[in-house]
Every structure is written in C-alpha cells, then in structure tokens.
Design a protein around this ligand. Sequence first.
Ligand SMILES: [Cu+2]
Length: 166
Amino acid sequence: MRAVAQAACLQRLAPWARLACAAGLALGAGALLAADAPAPPPGAAAASGSAGCGGDLAGVRRVETARHVIAWRADPQKISVGRHFAIDIVACAKTGAPAASGIAVDARMPSHGHGMNYKAGIKAIGEGRYRAEGLLFHMPGNWELMFDVRSDGERAERATQAVMVR
Ligand SMILES: [Cu+2]
C-alpha cells in the first residue's frame, strides 16, 4: 500500500511536491504526526472554494472548520472494525481564509472516553492534499474523526466527523 501510494505520489507531482512526498513517507508510524504542507502554488485548485472541495474523489464527505473545508474519503471506503484504513484528505480554504499549512488526524470514541490503539501518520502530498495512514477502529460503535487544521501563525481549528462502524 505504501509503495503504491509512493509511486502515485511521485509520478504526479512537481519536484517541490516530491520532497513533501518523500518526507511524509519517511515519517512512518510515529506519534500522531502533523504534516507540513509546502506553500501551495497560486491558484491551486484545492485552495479555491469549498463546495467543490475534493470533487475529484468519488464518494467524498465534507466537514468544516471556521475557515476550511475538509473533504475526506476512507481507503477502503467501508471502514471495518479491526482493519487498518487510510484517509485521503483535501483541505480547501474558504473565501478570504489562508491556505492550510498542516493537518493532524486522530479519532476517538466520545461515549467511551478512549482513542485508537494505533497512531495515524499523515503526509502532505501537495496542493492541499494529504494522506493519513495507519488508522484502526478496534471496536464497533460510534467513533469521531478529528481533523486539526493549521494555517501559518494561527491556532489549529478542529473539524469532527461522526463515523459509525459495526
Ligand atoms: Cu470504545
């Protein structure tokens, strides 16, 4: 999975983004990692507008912070108990907001007061895109994904997404 993602990552991107690619892949399974995105080029599609954010990802879902729209899709799309999954993410700035400079992803079960037993790694792919890997929901029930979005010099803003797994 990682090798495939790396290949796709490296093929599609400009040289400046390949560095982010390689850096992200080198992060591995450490603590919850916040990926730092390279500055998006002017007019980057991912940073313009919110309604179409991540529109190229079929089946994408969207959540919002005050200033950003987070489009996300699990890989595989159906999250199963006890199975690792990844999340493809597109961060789009709302009108007048600065582009996201980094995102962290985590998850918890609010009604149980615990998080995951695994820590997700996240890598910036470029142009507002990220891939979080190594997530696993170890029990059925109501989970909450948390996307913490940073902009340069600003406090992180959180968007949450309820996810029910059986
Ligand atoms: Cu639980």
